[in-house]
Each structure stands twice: as structure tokens, then as C-alpha cells.
Write a protein that binds this ligand. Sequence first.
Ligand code: ADP
Ligand code: ADP
Length: 228
Amino acid sequence: GNVVFEDVVFHYDEKRPILRGVSFEVKPGKTLAIVGPSGAGKSTISRLMFRFYEPQGGRILIDGQDILAVTQKSLRAAVGMVPQDTVLFNDSIGYNIRYGRWDATEEEVREAARLAQIDGFIASVPGGYEAQVGERGLKLSGGEKQRVAIARTILKGPPILILDEATSALDSFTEHEIQEALRGVAKGRTTLVIAHRLSTIVDADEIIFLDHGRIVERGTHQELLDQR
Ligand code: ADP
Ligand code: ADP
């Protein structure tokens, strides 16, 4: 999973440029964090990666291939996302983790749960993986739900992952736990983290600061801290 943005230009509306020539590369297995104020264009980058919109200029390449030239199906298989707000199915915890990967072995499901740090919780509830979630079953906290979703993403195993402020809706204690879980997902995967603040993304190999659709600063976490 190699991701390249090559001078990407984008607007929703001609009168208002959103991305004004954005270029970066994320090498296979590396993590890039995109930081910047609200409205800078960070989420737009993830929407372009999923081809919800097409850029008006430049190219987005995955493993050297323009994403406009691949099928939606293979794009979906290549790029995964941990959503900000997780809605689980009213079914068992195991169902929710396996969703989209029905051929997964029990071993793989358990490993995903372990990496997502939800295994301890599952072991503590009656029924374990068979425990039902939703109205008539278990009531999971926001953080627990999100860790189930993270386990699902780990199991599905897309080579490229987008984390779009995946922790924004949570309190700071939960955020810390989720951050740990997300390390499990990002491990070995090409990852784009979209974040408001520098502090949550210490594991990034490179950080870019986006402001008004332009990269205004880039470097490692240490390099950026040294400049401040
Ligand atoms: P960020 O994630 O950095 O907060 P976004 O990429 O979500 O920024 O949005 C960049 C700008 O584009 C914002 O001003 C936002 O209001 C605007 N925007 C986002 N989506 C749309 C859309 N579908 N139509 C018009 N404007 C949009
Ligand atoms: P944030 O980046 O703050 O988490 P979003 O990325 O969801 O928020 O959206 C940023 C802004 O763009 C919001 O005002 C949202 O309503 C608007 N927006 C996002 N996606 C679309 C879309 N597909 N169509 C229209 N407006 C959108």
C-alpha cells in the first residue's frame, strides 16, 4: 500500500478552492498524520481517497495506479476506515467483528480483538463473543463500540487505512484507550491519520500541516516540536 498525492487540486464549488496543490507520499507500512485547523481540507483528502469526489487537478495513486482507473470494488478492498461514530449491528459481538470477513477463523477473530484491546471486555461479559449487543442485549460504551469496530477493521485487513479523527467524539480517558487500540490497526499498514492536534499522533512517521488547502509545514514529530 503506497499512497501518492501529486499536486492535488480540489474544490466543491469553483469559487472556493479547498485543496490548492497538495503533494505527499506515504510509503508502505508508514503513518502520515494530517493536522490542521477545522476547515483546512483534511477530511476532503479522505473523501478523495474513497473517490466520493474527483480532484479537478493532479493525481492520487495507490501502488502507482491512478485511483480513477481502478474499480470501486478494488478501491474498497485497498482502503479501510475507522469511523468516528460507530453503529453496531444488533447481533453478537462476534458477528460485529466478523462482518465482511465471514471466512475468518476463530483464531483470527481473537487476534483482532486482542490488537483492538477489546478481548478483556469480551471475556468479562456473559456469553463472550456470543453476547448480543443492542437494545435487548449488552449496552456498550462509546469506547467499547469503537474498539469492536477497530477489531473489525483489523480483521478485514485493508493495506491502507484512514483514521479520520477517530477519537474526537470521546472523552480523554477513552481517547487514550482507543489510541492504544488504533496502534494495533496501524501496525504494518499504510496509515493516514487525520487529526486536529499534534499530541494524539506521536506514532506518525511524518506529519503535514494543512492550512487553507496547502501544506504549510512538514516533518517528523520531533522536528515539528523543535521548531515550536
Ligand atoms: P477539515 O477536515 O480540515 O475540517 P474539510 O475537508 O471537511 O475540512 O472541509 C474543508 C472545507 O470544505 C470546509 O470549509 C467545509 O465546510 C467545506 N466542505 C466540506 N464538504 C463540502 C461539501 N460537500 N460541499 C461544500 N463544501 C464542503
Ligand atoms: P469534520 O471534518 O469537522 O469532522 P465533516 O468532515 O463531516 O466534519 O464535514 C465538514 C463539513 O462539510 C460539515 O459542515 C459537513 O456538513 C460538510 N460535509 C461533509 N461531507 C459533505 C457532503 N458529502 N455533502 C455536503 N456537505 C458535506
